[in-house]
Design a protein around this ligand. Structure first.
Ligand SMILES: O=C(O)CCCC[C@@H]1SC[C@@H]2NC(=O)N[C@@H]21
Length: 249
């Protein structure tokens, strides 16, 4: 393990691991003694996880990194950071491909030409509605896209298929900078400007989409996201606010 204690960006720390089970799992282990927000990057993960209990394939040369922090406050406010993460990822990717080819898919994927180029996994722990720690895991297909993915609606794509090849360390430098900027906006101005910039990048805003949960699906026009980050759909039965689902176009 190598740890870089120099502030990076200011106030953040970075750890680079050769191999780990999951950078999110490592984040949970580090969280109790965390002194400042810390980025954990791994060159290889042996048990990487995705959203909704799925596994995640980190091919060699792809980015696997988790930002772990102890932001304090109520859990649902802390969870809004998933949108900061998506905005930061979008901007980092836009350094390498034309931004008109990129979009964010609620709640927190980034699409490149309708294929999934990156996913975010937010995990947290706390008590009585207060967050103790928060881990934001970023998986970015920089070099290769896994071939064995079931979610065929958004086939995985790699940045290198459509743009330049970028080293994970270099990409993380950019991502960390953009994320720190988003965090500064949240601190100074609250969630609203984050919400607005996320909406400008959103895939299929204003169009009919499907939100699928374990218990069923809701079809409606994608109207907006609200101040809690919920998906707002205008359906035949009226306006619906959806807190968690998988979205299909
Ligand atoms: O399902 C998704 O779209 C989210 C994927 C998140 C994968 C990343 S890779 C780094 C971090 N460590 C993990 O185990 N998962 C996240």
């Amino acid at each position: 393990m190598s740890a870089d204690d120099a502030p990076w960006p200011e106030g953040y720390r970075r750890i680079v691991l050769d191999t780990v089970d999951s950078t999110n799992a490592e984040a949970a282990r580090l969280a109790p003694d965390l002194e400042r927000p810390t980025w954990i990057m791994a060159k290889r993960q042996t048990a990487a996880r995705g959203r909704r209990g799925r596994s995640w394939d980190t091919g060699e040369g792809n980015l696997a990194a988790t930002l772990v922090m102890r932001p304090g406050g109520v859990a649902h406010w802390a969870a809004l950071r998933t949108f900061l993460a998506a905005n930061a990822l979008f901007e980092a990717l836009a350094l390498y491909v034309d931004r008109t080819r990129l979009s964010v898919k609620w709640p927190n994927d980034v699409l490149l030409d309708n294929g999934k180029v990156a996913g975010i996994l937010l995990e947290s722990a706390g008590t009585a509605g207060q967050v103790d720690w928060l881990a934001i895991g970023f998986g970015v297909n920089l070099k290769s896209a896994p071939w064995n993915v079931r979610d065929a609606a958004f086939p995985p794509v790699a940045l290198a298929d459509l743009g330049p090849e970028v080293e994970p360390e270099a990409f993380l430098d950019r991502l960390a900078d953009f994320y720190a900027t988003e965090e500064g906006i949240l601190e100074r101005l609250g969630f609203e400007p984050i919400r607005e910039s996320w909406l400008k990048r959103a895939a299929r805003l204003g169009e009919v989409i499907t939100a699928r949960t374990g218990s069923g699906e809701t079809v409606g026009r994608f109207e907006t996201i609200d101040e809690h980050g919920q998906l707002i759909l205008d359906t035949a039965e009226g306006r619906r606010a959806i807190a968690a689902a998988d979205v299909f176009f």
